[in-house]
Design a protein around this ligand. Structure first.
Ligand SMILES: Nc1ncnc2c1ncn2[C@@H]1O[C@H](COP(=O)(O)OP(=O)(O)OP(=O)(O)O)[C@@H](O)[C@H]1O
Ligand SMILES: [Mg+2]
Length: 285
């Protein structure tokens, strides 16, 4: 018997062979991304036929997407198109009902226990609402995961926390607690916390949507720095079109639980192929 939430072997073929999948993904994505592809490279995230149904409502229907080491992918799409659900499936905050998510060729969909904890270390997430511990200082928010999950000593974790807080321009706010910080500062602490874990892939779910307009710029600047100087892949759900155009290696447009169109930022923004992409870009532009 299988659990309703687990991918069902009878319904879904197994994930593709890693070598074959990497070859196909390479050929598919090469013209669609500014990523500097290396011959023989494997994607860091591989999403195959991903489906998620809540009770009777299909929210993701056959999502296929690869993300490469260090690649910056911006995901656009109307409200309810399944963007957050896709990120939450990659991070295993939701269990897919169909298909596969692989991180560095390791299947996370059926993983459990120790192997799941190891895979989770490859992934970080930055949420719209920051999700900081309100009773802990900025520094302690960045320290805690490093000690608990990475088993670092307090001294090591604090040194890394101070490095990351400095990188987001908040060295002088290390002892402040979240309620004493602006929303933009809180989000920068949340980014420092995620980066301090040195994930392979950092997921952002509308990281600037809860911020007053004057605070958005600082957070985007931090993300731009990370994108240009970091070695992490980033999957960023955002409505910040300027950021997408400038920073993204690839733009992915989702609607109705599928990837409708993807490509180089200038191609998708200036010459969208699909009517639904045109309509969406027209509605927000
Ligand atoms: N836990 C849940 N139970 C039932 N339905 C859900 C659940 N989570 C999401 N949904 C539904 O799935 C659909 C897609 O939601 P999702 O949050 O992924 O969209 P989104 O593209 O992130 O939208 P937004 O831009 O508004 O954040 C919505 O119709 C939503 O109501
Ligand atoms: Mg969302």
């Amino acid at each position: 018997m299988h659990s309703k939430n687990r991918p069902c072997a009878a319904d879904v073929p197994p994930a593709m062979d890693a070598e074959k999948a990497a070859r196909l993904a390479f050929a598919h994505d090469l013209p669609l991304s500014r990523h500097h592809f290396v011959e023989g490279e494997h994607p860091v995230v591989r999403i195959e036929h991903l489906g998620k149904t809540f009770t009777d409502t299909p929210v993701l229907r056959d999502v296929n997407l690869n993300v490469w080491n260090g690649e910056i992918v911006v995901v656009l799409g109307p409200s309810g198109s399944g963007k957050s659900t896709m990120l939450r499936c990659i991070n295993l905050l939701e269990t897919p009902t169909q298909g596969h998510v692989l991180i560095r060729d390791q299947e996370i969909t059926g993983a459990s226990g120790a192997s799941l904890s190891l895979l989770r270390r490859d992934l970080g997430m930055v949420f719209q609402q920051f999700n900081l511990f309100p009773h802990l200082s900025a520094k302690e928010n960045v320290v805690i995961g490093q000690m608990k999950v990475l088993k670092k000593s307090r001294a090591e974790a604090e040194a890394e926390a101070m490095r990351q807080l400095a990188a987001v321009g908040l060295a002088d706010r290390a002892e402040f607690k979240p309620p004493q910080l602006s929303g933009g500062q809180q989000q920068r602490v949340a980014i420092a916390r995620a980066v301090a874990m040195h994930p392979k892939v950092l997921l952002f779910d509308e990281p600037t949507s809860a911020l007053d307009p004057e605070l958005v710029r600082d957070v985007l600047a931090v993300m731009r720095d990370l994108a240009l100087n970091g070695d992490m892949a980033m999957i960023v759900v955002t409505h910040e079109m300027g950021f997408a155009r400038e920073v993204a290696d690839r733009v992915v447009f989702m609607e109705g639980g599928v990837v409708v169109e993807q490509g180089l930022p200038n191609d998708v923004f200036d010459h969208p192929k699909e009517a639904r992409t045109k309509e969406f870009l027209g509605s927000i532009g």
